[in-house]
Design a protein. Structure first.
Length: 197
């Protein structure tokens, strides 16, 4: 039997296409994690039935300080820059909403009193505290087609805390990618892994 190049190509293509789809659908397989980095990638199911991937050091006393997470975003995101800022802010919306509801209540005992303006300033104070993390962040920016990012760096004495939040669209889906580290070298490792997605 004579093997023609087109027949061989068709057989090879058939073998490639018959591989299990799980390897392609596995989110850990979508991230390139070099062996020398000492990091592992694990996938866990979420309450919504989706998945969340975590890349972090396999061992060590400070392993919990370095982490990359990747998960699908369920809600539509019309304004990526607003979405990114909301991920970095302290979530104190419940406190502000509760204070506002109490002060706007028809039964508010402080309505019209000298204390009311002072109490309303508390709401502004809560909003100010919620925005504090944003003071150490750059502006949200589109760093590539379908990829938005907000990078933050906080310093306290000799300690640094790095946080990068990305909103990434791939294959018609939107994903949240969050990178945390307290060491610039480890942050470079995690950013390189994030760039592989």
């Amino acid at each position: 039997m004579i093997w023609r190049p087109t027949l061989i190509l068709a057989l090879l293509l058939g073998i490639a296409l018959s591989r299990p789809a799980a390897a392609i659908d596995d989110p850990c397989a979508r991230l390139f994690v070099p062996e020398g980095y000492g990091l592992t990638c694990t996938r866990a199911a979420t309450a919504s039935g989706e998945w969340k991937v975590t890349v972090q050091p396999a061992e060590g006393p400070f392993a919990s300080l370095s982490q990359l997470t990747l998960e699908p975003v369920d809600e539509p995101v019309d304004r990526p820059e607003v979405w990114l800022r909301e991920r970095v802010r302290f979530d104190l919306s419940g406190v502000a909403d509760t204070l506002r509801a109490q002060l706007d209540s028809a039964d508010n005992p402080f309505a019209g009193s000298a204390l009311e303006p002072f109490l309303r300033q508390w709401i502004d104070g809560v909003e100010y505290v919620a925005d504090l993390p944003l003071q150490s962040c750059g502006d949200p920016e589109e760093i590539a087609i379908d990829t938005w990012q907000m990078a933050c760096e906080w310093r306290l004495l000799d300690f640094e805390k790095f946080l990068t939040v990305r909103l990434v669209e791939r294959d018609g889906r939107t994903y949240a990618l969050v990178i945390n580290a307290m060491n610039p070298r480890r942050m470079r490792h995690l950013v390189a892994i994030a760039n592989s997605f």
